[in-house]
Design a protein around this ligand. Structure first.
Ligand SMILES: Cc1cc2nc3c(=O)[nH]c(=O)nc-3n(C[C@H](O)[C@H](O)[C@H](O)COP(=O)(O)O)c2cc1C
Length: 447
């Protein structure tokens, strides 16, 4: 069988995901505070047999650009208003049956016990469809919301994340799969010999356990990460089943793909079980020129300053005092060095000014745009997929939710016709959709 493509839908539970232009687009639904909005996305992606819907999350109203939230609020830039993705995910799980649901939780601002319990619960309620995007968080505004003056240093965040995941996995493993008996006759609820304390006693966290949630359908929910630094990529290669990436250039995507696969191999893992997902925004038309018109209309709605607000959040660096008409300066940033490197690389390669980068950021962070007929867009997907740059994609849209509907109605049938993408779900869990091995079981538990 032809190697199979994986697809996820990219969202923030907010008015903006990547494209700031989308919130001004006439076809976008402003109802991001309603359950119907998210149900529409979930049902559409499930109709398109997507692997999962994904919710990114930021834990603060943006304050990085110019030092306060007013302008970000006025413009409605990324994360100016964000619902809790956990609750949105629970709501989507109730109206879908097969679609995976991935949500973000920070290892810097929560506790492993809380996170282990949330994901085990959601894995039960969704019958095995949940994934955790493990992030260490980026901005000082997030730190201040949790009582800290500044974000923790980058490497310290990853040391903490490492221990966080170890503790979480121990808690998930505290119930053996057959520990829950629920025998009405004998009155035996659970076999205590099969429920173990976690006894995590580390540098950053302590948790006694056991988790008060029996083993969930996937055992271990799918783990996602998006590390871009050396330390981040090692962490991702060690733990993640799926890895997200943003890079508009084929050479950048190929280098990242090779790098992660070899780090996974070095960590003793099967590189095929570490799926790499770059992202893109499609503009689809009945003809190529209609698609180009749609793209131009969307891109015109993007204003550079809104984009620079988001660049400032992602990099945790205030770009408000730099010359807008000069190339992007080589400065030290404490947030996402990876996205900043991509911005600098583009600025150098295409002679782009800071204003141009701001405009690109408002058009969709730095996601590439795939433009043309359904067949043209499928060609671009296929080229990246077969060119050793991706195992799948997370689709972001320039108008929401209708952009997902256009893609599912036009491009998904084309991908299916080419034998690249499933027509129906073969399994029921997200691990099944992604073709992942079963999660490692607790020691001493037979497979
Ligand atoms: C596609 C993608 C999605 C991400 N989603 C989030 C998110 O929801 N919340 C967050 O705090 N960071 C998010 N990040 C940031 C990453 O977790 C990571 O911190 C960043 O890529 C920088 O890499 P590094 O941590 O190795 O320096 C995302 C990054 C990418 C590329």
């Amino acid at each position: 069988m032809t190697r199979q493509l994986h697809l996820g839908g990219f969202q923030i539970a907010s008015n903006v995901t990547h494209s700031h232009a989308s919130c001004r687009h006439p076809s976008s639904d402003p109802g991001f505070l309603t359950a119907d909005y998210y149900h529409r996305i979930g049902r559409t992606l499930e109709r398109g047999t997507f692997d999962f819907v994904f919710f990114a999350d930021l834990l603060a109203v943006p304050t990085n650009y110019g030092g306060g939230p007013d302008e970000a609020l006025r413009r409605g830039t990324q994360a100016a208003a964000t619902l809790d993705p956990t609750l949105v995910a629970t709501s989507i799980a109730a109206v879908t049956r097969r679609l995976g649901i991935a949500i973000t939780k920070s290892t810097t601002y929560f506790h492993p016990f809380e996170v282990a319990r949330i994901f085990a619960t959601l894995d039960h309620l969704s019958q095995g469809r949940v994934a955790w995007n493990i992030v260490t968080s980026l901005s000082s505004a997030e730190a201040r919301n949790f009582g800290l003056e500044n974000a923790l240093d980058h490497d310290l965040r990853y040391d903490r994340a490492q221990e966080f995941v170890e503790a979480t996995v121990k808690l998930w493993q505290s119930w053996e799969p057959d520990a829950l008996v629920q025998d009405k006759e004998s009155g035996l609820f659970a076999d205590p010999s099969k429920v173990h304390a976690a006894e995590h006693d580390g540098l950053f966290f302590k948790s006694q356990g056991p988790l008060p949630v029996p083993a969930s359908p996937q055992g271990r929910p799918v783990l996602i990460q998006a590390g871009a630094s050396g330390k981040g990529k090692d962490f991702a290669a060690r733990w993640a089943d799926a890895i997200f990436e943003i890079d508009p250039t084929p050479e950048g995507r190929r280098a990242y793909y090779d790098d992660i696969k070899s780090r996974a191999s070095d960590a003793g893992r099967d590189p095929d079980h570490v799926k790499i997902f770059p992202s893109f925004i499609p503009f689809i038309g009945e003809t190529e020129s209609i698609a180009r018109e749609k793209q131009a209309f969307h891109n015109e709605l993007a204003d550079p300053i809104s984009g620079l607000h988001t660049l400032s959040v992602h990099t945790n660096h205030d770009f408000s005092s730099y010359d807008l008409d000069a190339p992007v300066e080589d400065v030290q940033v404490t947030g996402s060095q990876g996205l900043f490197d991509v911005a600098r690389r583009l600025s150098g390669r295409d002679s782009l000014t800071l204003r141009d980068i701001g405009k690109l950021y408002a058009q969709g962070v730095l996601l590439p745009q795939f433009v043309g007929t359904a067949s043209d867009v499928a060609d671009q997907i296929e080229e990246v997929f077969t060119g050793d740059q991706a195992d799948g994609f997370i689709l972001s849209v320039g108008q929401s939710p209708s952009g997902f509907e256009e893609f599912v109605d036009a491009v998904v049938p084309e991908l299916r016709r080419r034998g690249l993408f499933r027509s129906e779900y073969a399994g029921s869990t997200l691990r099944d959709h992604l073709g992942l091995a079963d999660a490692p079981r607790p020691q001493g538990v037979p497979a």
